[in-house]
Design a protein around this ligand. Structure first.
Ligand code: ZN
Length: 143
């Protein structure tokens, strides 16, 4: 069964990601500062390095794919919700190399060279993640 809730559009933020920081940390801090508890994110820019994850269903853990060179953020989409009462940023990313080849996955860490983001807050019921024993992941729970 599809689980969902109805939300209204809240505030919209457009900004730059800080050079040298992890985009996950920077965006989580930004959400905490602004009181954003739920929303949708997109970003473009360049990372100096990153680690992307691929969730291995059998092992129930993320395989880590290190990306050690300079990459364009060809696409980055994600969301914000609450995990253990705090804003939690979930990002997926496509990183392109000099020859146009890409690596993509769940962003585990990264280091910003430059970046531009758009954050659309949504307002409504609390959007909460809880550990789901069936998948091994922290998923949204709709009560
Ligand atoms: Zn993910």
């Amino acid at each position: 069964m599809t689980q969902a809730a109805e939300f209204r559009l809240g505030r919209s933020f457009v900004g730059r990601l800080p050079e040298g920081q992890d985009p996950l940390v920077a965006l989580t801090d930004f959400c905490r500062e602004k009181g954003v508890q739920a929303g949708w994110l997109s970003a473009i820019g360049t990372l100096r390095r990153a680690v992307v994850g691929y969730f291995d269903e059998a092992r129930r853990e993320y395989l880590r794919l290190p990306v050690e060179d300079f990459r364009e953020i060809a696409s980055c989409q994600g969301n914000v919700s609450l995990r253990e009462g705090q804003p939690f940023v979930h990002l997926h990313i496509v990183l392109s190399a000099e020859d146009g080849s890409t690596v993509a996955g769940h962003l585990l860490e990264g280091e910003v060279f430059v970046g531009e983001f758009y954050l659309q807050e949504v307002q409504g019921p609390a959007l909460v993640r809880r550990f789901d024993p069936q998948s091994g992941l922290a998923l949204w729970v709709f009560l």
